[in-house]
Design a protein around this ligand. Structure first.
Ligand SMILES: [Zn+2]
Length: 185
């Protein structure tokens, strides 16, 4: 951030009085610009023995497979965000059961919240997807998944399905984990 979004003056990056970390400060109008993590909400849509994946039509990771998920908007709930992203990316309606994976990514200031859901009705590629398809476990394109959060969620799902119980999994993905996943990229 270079300029104050409130008054247009230049900002400086410094620790405000009484705070413990640097923020963008505007000396002209006094605004402290707090920046906080963003929530990525999505679903793991299930139909019988199959799950739904979308192949991304947009960067980052264009051409790779993902669960329908995206940034939560203001004025919506996490469940609404997950259902909306599923509708936008896969043209699909879902019955959402419960939160399944909550994954913190502190190095990129994101929190993933993936809900377990039943796929209802048809599906199709939305504008952000090249294609949308159902996969059996042995058909999952493990080497072509878009993000480590998706890979981890699917690993949990198949392990849990063998035990027929799907508890909430809370975990973290660090910069080092991400490097292992993407190589030097
Ligand atoms: Zn200002």
């Amino acid at each position: 951030m270079n300029f104050c979004s409130h008054c247009g003056h230049t900002v400086r990056f410094a620790i405000p009085e009484g705070d413990d970390r640097p923020r963008y400060l505007c000396d002209a109008c006094g605004t402290i610009h707090y920046q906080n993590p963003r929530i990525v909400a999505g679903t793991l849509p299930v139909r019988g023995s199959k799950i739904l994946l979308c192949r991304r039509a947009i960067a980052p990771r264009k051409g790779f497979w993902t669960l329908p998920a995206g940034f939560m908007e203001n004025a919506e709930t996490t469940v609404q965000a997950a259902a909306r992203e599923t509708r936008e990316e896969a043209c699909a309606e879902v019955a959402i059961h419960g939160l399944y994976t909550l994954i913190n990514l502190p190095h990129i200031n994101q929190v993933y919240m993936i809900f377990l859901a039943d796929l209802e009705g048809g599906f199709d590629a939305g504008p952000e997807s090249l294609e949308v398809a159902l996969f059996e476990e042995e058909e999952i394109p493990w080497d072509e998944l878009a993000f480590p959060t998706i890979e981890r969620t699917l690993h949990h799902f198949y392990a849990d399905r063998r035990g027929e119980a799907f508890p909430l999994h809370i975990s973290d993905i660090t910069a080092e984990d991400r490097e292992r996943y993407f190589g030097s990229a």
